[in-house]
Design a protein around this ligand. Sequence first.
Ligand SMILES: NC(=O)c1ccc[n+]([C@@H]2O[C@H](COP(=O)([O-])OP(=O)(O)OC[C@H]3O[C@@H](n4cnc5c(N)ncnc54)[C@H](O)[C@@H]3O)[C@@H](O)[C@H]2O)c1
Length: 421
Amino acid sequence: MVSKGPLLRLLTAINRRRMKLLMGLAFIAYVASVWGNFVNMRSLQENGEQKVESKIEEAVAPLREKIKDLEKSFTQKYPPVKFLSEKDRKRILITGGAGFVGSHLTDKLMMDGHEVTVVDNFFTGRKRNVEHWIGHENFELINHDVVEPLYIEVDQIYHLASPASPPNYMYNPIKTLKTNTIGTLNMLGLAKRVGARLLLASTSEVYGDPEVHPQNEDYWGHVNPIGPRACYDEGKRVAETMCYAYMKQEGVEVRVARIFNTFGPRMHMNDGRVVSNFILQALQGEPLTVYGPGTQTRAFQYVSDLVNGLVALMNSNVSSPVNLGNPEEHTILEFAQLIKKLVGSGSEIQFLSEAQDDPQKRKPDIRKAKLLLGWEPVVPLEEGLNKAIHYFRKELEYQANNQYIPKPKPARMKKGRTRHN
Ligand SMILES: NC(=O)c1ccc[n+]([C@@H]2O[C@H](COP(=O)([O-])OP(=O)(O)OC[C@H]3O[C@@H](n4cnc5c(N)ncnc54)[C@H](O)[C@@H]3O)[C@@H](O)[C@H]2O)c1
């Protein structure tokens, strides 16, 4: 008889091995299934990620295009600017740079590739005049009154800050005096500190009601020191005196431009001078008002001619005063008729009684500018007038659309006399 012990042992041993094998297989199957799940999940995840990514891409693609367009419009927003090397690029301060002349000067200097800082208290200037430069890396706009000192680093200063048209400078004669005296002292002090050259925007009004015709730079003028215009005329005369005192005593490099009547786009709507008055009257179908018989003469230069003259003078070695104006003389009546024709207006010309103190003649002698700066006006009167008419037409449309247009307040003077300025 075979004992059951060894058989049982054998069977048990076989079962144990099978069990081990089975367990091993089960473990492998488990690992394989876990791995399979893992791989499945990964691929699901990858698929999912790909789907999400493609969805994001779909949503972002048009945004990307928009950003590109925006970037393009952003870089194209500014008028074209020349590239100037570090050596040729100047840091230029323009006081009154948001005004009529100052904003055109800003355009010229920016387009020439310089770094321009405009300082303005917006008394008669407007942000709108220079808004096309805001954000440009070469441009800065500072809201500042030149009656307060200013500390910045610059190479050249065009000092234009001062109201220029009679209703504006007569509105607050004391402020006009402070701007032209304290303001000019502050700018000369700055020029001295940083070694900058300063150009003063002086005026033909320093000749007053002239006794010589045409007026050359050697004429000392005929100014009433206590009349209603004295705040401006005498303010500019003493500003010139200050320039030469700083030049002689402190060695500051100065340039003095005696500017004659200038016109063009960005003039104030209520500038009060004959060109803007006639254009606005003609555009609105109102009578063109001529004071006296209209035989008084005036000479007007277009603003781009003036700007070229200012830049030429600044960069010249001429430190004595220079007249900048257009010597082409016309009677007031001729201006009225020409503007009426160019506007295509049916307005009548209305003759009113002659204004007191109205100069009969005003015409610059520009031989010095021609000889020393090689400068003379080149824009024909009709071409300039057409540009100004286009501008005023647009401004009237702008007003008609109920948009806000800041207007300087009317003169405070009780007995203001209307004149052909
Ligand atoms: N336009 C002309 O026909 C003419 C003629 C002769 C002289 N000028 C001179 O040219 C310069 C510019 O004249 P415009 O016709 O452009 O006049 P504008 O009134 O348009 O410009 C003068 C600018 O100076 C600013 N300003 C005034 N007071 C200031 C102050 N205290 N601080 C800072 N900014 C101040 C005004 O806000 C304005 O932007 C003036 O100095 C003016 O006397 C002009």
